[in-house]
Design a protein around this ligand. Structure first.
Ligand code: ATP
Ligand code: MG
Length: 563
């Protein structure tokens, strides 16, 4: 890294923080948090928020970032998710040190604060039904009406709230609301609910509580209790900011964090809401949250994405207040760049076509020397066996090629990577089906290493694998999960799931060294893309591979045609 790389490019949040530091606001400290709700696995949108919050803490001296689970919705939450979320944040390269918090840790304090609001005449217990509340709330153009319970006495409110906690009432019978302004143009300020009865078991507090604080009320207080300076969230909370500030203004909290909103990440050809991802999993459209086609962190990890690539992507897309849809190719370019630098090159034939080199001595085997990276000698070299029978890719041969086909065809000569020139002499077909089953070729012993002493040129260079030495394994190729750029636009999002989003190749032939690939080890299969040994389905000595991404963006072209 050079010196200049260390200064991150400005964005509006960095600018706010720089200004705050200049004015010594918050005594010159920066303290952020990442506040996931443990109701699903993290996706690449969360990665944007993680990189932003942990990144800002890291780039400011003494900066800190907490991990806080916003666990106020007992029915949808689960420890499976909290554990997965922690693993994902760590895998992305971030560390909350000893600052792991749960909103549920604050339930007692949140209750006490609600009691205080009631005492101060700033909250009340309402008995309107959900339906009535909706009706009383008004609309964007029509002010709301005050609930008949709004002027209930403090004593009665306190008594009811205590009895709500004691479990005396059914769900929906009562609700605690902040007393703000039923005529506010901002609907969030029309006496929002702050506590509800929910007779549900909580994954951390068990059956201790049968009332739970609402998200808006909980979030701002949790931030304040943790000494957060900048509470960064997504744009949909912009209209909630007055409520965030209102709650903190009424209560003797230790500090008043500043809420800053940014545009959430939207990616094309995928969906990102946890509810939808959950449906994909539960209804069997994918094999799990970690299916390599999923935009989840666990899915991308299994697919072969690196933490560095995801961080790079998050930096590249920037932080703004404008909602945009980012093209999947931006994400793919980040991983390509990383793997181009860091993945070892090897050869693999995905759809093998048998080639017999008729003039190559029968049992001879040569160990050809090949570098792992074309311009990084420090990555080392390996030996690749070459023999009389090899496999090449089926689509590297055409019997009747068009003009600019520089690969193999009858009578044509090509270079085998790291080996020799070969020339196609004969095409063998299945007698019944007419399918091409084998090529008979000759080789030129003078061309070892890839050049002809007589100076004759060939245009094509093919990858290959020696048939006797090949490591046969499964390779999976992936395509977009959806067939349209914005699946959750209009219509039924599940009707545009791509039925061909995975292709499993059972008979791929890989260079023998790949039998020793470790789970999550990544490679470039020359000419085919970047691949990663699947950490779930691989067994000792028998790795299977997932294609992370192709070498070039074949989608850019397709997309242009569509537009
Ligand atoms: P989803 O809508 O996908 O279910 P969520 O917002 O309900 O997501 P949370 O667990 O509440 O999920 O999110 C934790 C944090 O991640 C929040 O601060 C939220 O703003 C942020 N976040 C969620 N989705 C995105 C996204 N697509 N882009 C950027 N930040 C996001
Ligand atoms: Mg949420």
């Amino acid at each position: 890294m050079t010196e200049t790389d260390k200064t991150p490019p400005p964005n509006f949040i960095r600018n706010i923080i720089r200004e705050d530091l200049k004015q010594n606001k918050n005594n010159g400290s920066v303290h952020t948090r990442f506040p996931p709700e443990p109701n699903g696995y993290l996706h690449v949108g969360h990665a944007k928020s993680i990189c932003l919050n942990f990144g800002i803490a890291a780039e400011n001296k003494g900066g800190l970032c907490n991990l806080r689970f916003d666990d106020t919705n007992p029915e949808k939450e689960d420890v499976e998710y909290t554990e997965a979320i922690m693993a994902d944040v760590r895998w992305l390269g971030f560390d909350w040190e000893d600052r792991l918090y749960y909103a549920s840790d604050y339930f007692e304090q949140l209750y006490d604060y609600a009691v205080q609001l009631i005492r101060d005449g700033k909250a009340y217990v309402d008995s309107l039904s959900a339906e009535e509340m909706r009706e009383y709330r008004g609309t964007l153009t029509k002010p709301g009406r005050e609930s008949p319970d709004r002027n209930r006495s403090v004593e009665e409110n306190l008594d009811l709230f205590r009895r709500m906690r004691a479990g005396e009432f059914d769900e929906g019978e009562y609700i605690v609301r902040a007393k703000i302004d039923m005529t506010s143009p901002n609907i969030n300020m029309r006496d929002p609910a702050i506590y509800r009865i929910k007779k549900a078991h909580h994954h951390r507090t068990g059956d201790k509580w049968c009332i739970y604080p609402m998200y808006d009320y909980t979030h701002c207080i949790s931030d304040a209790l943790e000494g957060i300076t900048h509470s960064i969230c997504t744009l949909e909370f912009e209209d909630h900011r007055p409520l965030y500030d209102w709650c903190l203004d009424q209560l003797p909290v230790p500090c008043h964090p500043q809420q800053i909103e940014f545009a959430r990440l939207n990616l094309n050809y995928t969906v990102m809401s946890k509810r939808k991802l959950n449906e994909l999993v539960n209804e069997g459209y994918v094999t799990g949250w970690d299916d390599p086609r999923m935009p989840t962190i666990v899915g991308m990890r299994r697919r072969g994405y690196t933490p560095a690539a995801i961080r790079d992507f998050c930096e590249r897309i920037g932080v703004t207040k404008n909602d945009t849809v980012i093209d999947m190719s931006v994400l793919e370019n980040s991983v390509r760049e990383d793997l181009d630098e860091n993945a070892r090159r090897v050869m693999a034939v995905l759809r093998p076509l048998r080639v017999v080199i008729t003039n190559y001595p029968g049992n001879n085997v040569e160990e050809l020397d090949a570098p792992y990276h074309p311009n990084k000698p420090e990555m080392g070299r390996r030996r690749v066996p070459f023999s009389r029978v090899i496999y090449i890719e089926q689509d590297d041969f055409m019997e009747n090629p068009p003009k600019k086909f520089f690969r193999l065809s009858p009578g044509a000569e090509v270079r085998l990577r790291y080996a020799y020139f070969i020339k196609c002499e004969e095409v063998i077909k299945d007698k019944k089906t007419g399918a091409i089953i084998e090529l008979r070729c000759s080789y030129d012993p003078q061309t070892k290493g890839g050049n002809a002493p007589d100076g004759r040129k060939v245009k094509g260079t093919l990858h290959w694998v020696s048939a006797d030495h090949a490591f046969k394994s499964e390779v999976r190729l992936f395509d977009r999960l959806f067939t349209v750029p914005v699946p959750d636009g209009e219509g039924d999002w599940k009707s545009v799931i791509n039925p061909g989003s995975v292709e499993v190749l059972k008979d791929a032939c890989l260079e023998p060294g790949l039998a020793g690939a470790k789970p999550e080890e990544r490679f470039q299969f020359e000419r085919l893309g970047y691949f990663c040994a699947d950490h779930k389905d691989s067994t000792q000595g028998k790795p299977v591979f997932n294609r992370t991404v192709t070498l070039r963006d074949s989608w850019a072209k397709v997309d242009k045609q569509v537009k």
